[in-house]
Design a protein around this ligand. Structure first.
Ligand code: ADP
Length: 248
């Protein structure tokens, strides 16, 4: 049953806070190169699951493996980030007073352990990578603009770009399209699909139109475990999903 070659493997993961089971024997598998959407009501355990994967929270029970045999329950947050798991929180945290380019340069330097400095000399390869990321996150034309002058959606894209500069093998993205325009939301679906060509992406999102646009496997969580998993049509027609989430 165990799939040792999965990129991410969670099985029987439980965690309680003051006797309340935030995760209840959760099983969740992500394959290399997969883009997966996570849905579910508030309090379902989506954030806690991300906290477990990134080492912010330790499970009381269960297995959490990365790249087959790396036991994430034995690693701390910094080690897990170093292993190649990147996380984007809902609120963008870009450096507002730096240009788009400098934000990406800072992110690239951070990967080398050179913190918050622009004085590290970029190689030609670094520059090419930044150009590539700019193009991926639709910000080539804004490269010399201050991050403060970007739209909310563009700041989200820039932060995704900053995570890409760290070359994660697995990218966890929390509600990227909240507050975006319809055009930005549609573009974000395309952008995440492009990113998932070279790495795995797990995206938590409440916007069902956006999840439908992604057109990928969906996992619906409720009360700390998986309620339904499959195509958006399969999941959104599941009576349990309608009762616990969509019908609310
Ligand atoms: P979701 O992200 O799906 O809305 P969460 O993972 O944030 O759900 O929360 C699941 C449940 O666990 C909620 O009832 C929440 O209040 C609780 N919870 C999460 N983290 C903590 C914590 N650090 N301390 C106490 N309770 C928590």
């Amino acid at each position: 049953e165990k799939k040792p070659r999965s990129l991410l493997y969670l099985d029987g993961v439980s965690v309680s806070f003051d006797g309340f089971k935030a995760l209840n024997s959760l099983s969740f598998i992500v394959e290399p190169g997969e883009l997966r959407a996570i849905i579910g009501p508030n309090g379902a355990g989506k954030t806690t699951m991300m906290d477990i994967i990134t080492g912010k929270t330790r499970p009381d029970e269960g297995e959490v493996y990365f790249r087959g045999d790396i036991d994430l329950t034995q690693k701390d947050e910094a080690e897990i980030a170093q292993l190649g798991i990147g996380r984007k929180f809902q609120k963008p945290t870009v450096f507002e007073n730096h240009t788009v380019w400098d934000n990406l340069e800072l992110a690239l330097n951070r990967r080398r352990g050179v913190f918050a400095t622009l004085f590290y000399r970029l190689t030609g390869e670094d520059r090419a990578r930044i150009e590539e990321i700019l193009s991926t996150v639709r910000l080539t034309a804004r490269r010399d603009d201050l991050a403060a002058n970007l739209s909310h959606g563009q700041k989200q894209w820039l932060e995704i770009g900053m995570l890409l500069a760290q070359e994660p093998e697995l990218l966890l993205v929390d509600e990227p399209v909240a507050g975006m325009t319809d055009a930005e939301t549609a573009e974000t679906a395309i952008l995440l699909k492009e990113i998932a060509r070279t790495r795995s992406v797990v995206v938590v999102e409440h916007d069902m139109g956006f999840v439908r646009e992604l057109g990928v496997k969906v996992t619906c969580l409720a009360e700390g475990s998986v309620l339904a998993e499959g195509s958006i049509d399969f999941v959104s027609n599941d009576p349990k999903v309608i009762e616990n989430y969509l019908g609310r």
